[in-house]
Design a protein around this ligand. Sequence first.
Ligand code: ATP
Ligand code: MG
Length: 316
Amino acid sequence: MLAAQEREVPPEVDREALDRVVVIANGKGGVGKTTVASNMSGLAAADDIKTLLVDVNGQGHVGRELGFRGGELDDGGAALHESVLWGRPLVPVRDVRPNLDVVVGGKKVGDLPGDLALRFPNKPITQSLMLAVALQSIAPDYDLVVIDSPPENPPLVQLCLAAARWLVVPVKSDSGSISDGLGDISTEFELVREFSNPNLAMLGVLLFASGSSATAIQREVRQEVAEVLGSDRFMFESMVRASEAVARQARKRGVLLHELEQAANDNPKFWQLRAGTASRDQVVSPTSASVSEDMAALTREIFSRIAQREAESEMA
Ligand SMILES: Nc1ncnc2c1ncn2[C@@H]1O[C@H](COP(=O)(O)OP(=O)(O)OP(=O)(O)O)[C@@H](O)[C@H]1O
Ligand SMILES: [Mg+2]
C-alpha cells in the first residue's frame, strides 16, 4: 500500500483559477454553514458579483434556502457526483437568482467518497483533488465561488478544502462547536494543506446564532477560538444574531434573509388581520431586518478581509 501511495502522481490543479473560492466548513453539524454560504452568495450576486454556489452536501439544504428543493432544478446531486467522479467540468444550474448559479447537492453526493475510493484505489491525494479538478475549468467564469461543506464527513470535507483558497468557519457559542468542531476542521485543514492544497488559508471564524447582547459570551468565544488556532486574529467582528423565528420563516418560504426583509415591507396591516382578510402566517418577523443586516455586515467583512489578504500576499 505504501509503495502504491509513493507512486501516486496527483492531477495538476490550476490554483490561480481557484483563487476566489471560499469554503464554509466546520466538523460539526448545525453551526450555520449552509445559512452563511447561501446568504453570502445571494448578497454577492445581488451586488452584481457573478457567483457560483457549490452544495457538497448529502442533504441538499442549499435547495431549501433558495427555494428549489424537490423542484425540477433538483437532481439530488447526480450531476455533481458525475462531474467529480470523472473529473469533468461541473454543471451548474443557471440563474437561480440573477448572477447566481448553483451546483446542486443531494443524496448522490454521499456516494462520492466510496465511489472515488473505488475509482482511485490507494490514491488518497487524487481522491481529495477531484472537486478541484471539476471546478477549475468553470471557476474563472465567476468573480466568487462559495462551497457549502457537510458535517462529520472527513472525505467530503477534504474534497471541499482541497478546492478552495479561503476557509471560513462558523461556530456556535457552545464549547462543543469550538473545541470539537473547530479542532476537527483545523486538523483537516492542516492535512489538506500538507498533501493536497498548499494554497488553502484560514480567513476567519464567525460566531453564528448568538444572543446579540451577550458580550461576556462573545469574549469567551474569542478566547476559546484563539486557544484552538493559536492566534486571536481570525475572529470576525461581525456575527449573526440568533432568531429561530427568522430562520424558520426564511427556510419555509425558500428565501434568503435580505429577501425576507423585503417581504416584511409587504406585511399585512393590523386592520387586515383584524378583518380576517390576511392571516398571521403572512406576517414576516420584524427581526428579519436585523438578522439580514448582520449577514450583510459579515459578508462585507469577509470580502474586505479577502481583499486585504490578497494585497498582503502580493506585497510579500
Ligand atoms: N440566525 C439564526 N438564529 C437561530 N437559528 C438559525 C439562524 N439562522 C439559521 N438558523 C437555523 O440553524 C440551523 C442550522 O443552520 P444551518 O443549516 O445553516 O447549519 P449547518 O452548519 O449548515 O448544518 P448542517 O451541518 O446540518 O449542514 C437551521 O435549522 C437554521 O434554520
Ligand atoms: Mg448545512
